[in-house]
Design a protein around this ligand. Structure first.
Ligand SMILES: [Zn+2]
Length: 144
């Protein structure tokens, strides 16, 4: 006669759940595919990180390399990059709500966002913000 073991209903349920779980587990082929997909995803993620880094470096180089200045029209080097603070600023901008001035470099896209003083707002409203000198960093609410 076969040997029997005593088992509670709960224990039986537990065993059944484990057995079903194992049966549902991936077979080797599925597992292989899953691994491949995972690897691909990891490689893609890494690539995205790398691309992000490259983009960041490129942006930084562009900013660091950009003086946001150009030689004024009429000269030999008109429109060419001028050393920082020389020539004219190649900026343009807009006044936004609550006296915020958004100024950006037309060459590299660097943006200065700052609260305009009364004089600055006056000037901007009358003459516009083309060639407007950017404010010192500490006045910026945000740069990007
Ligand atoms: Zn610039």
């Amino acid at each position: 006669m076969a040997e029997t073991v005593g088992i509670t209903k709960e224990q039986l349920q537990e065993i059944l759940i484990k057995v079903i779980g194992a049966a549902k587990a991936m077979n080797p082929i599925e597992e292989e595919e899953y691994k491949k997909k995972l690897e691909l995803k990891q490689r893609r993620d890494l690539m995205m990180i790398e691309l992000g880094k490259i983009e960041e470096m490129r942006e930084k180089a562009k900013r660091d390399g950009c003086t946001h200045c150009r030689w004024p029209a009429g000269g030999k080097q008109a429109g060419m990059s001028a050393p920082k603070g020389q020539g004219e600023w190649c900026t343009a901008g807009q006044i936004h709500g609550s006296n915020t001035i958004v100024l950006l470099c037309q060459r590299c896209g660097w943006t200065w966002i700052f609260k305009g003083s009364e004089a600055e707002l006056d000037y901007a409203a009358n003459a516009g913000l083309l060639g407007f000198p950017p404010p010192p960093e500490e006045r910026c609410l945000q740069t990007a």
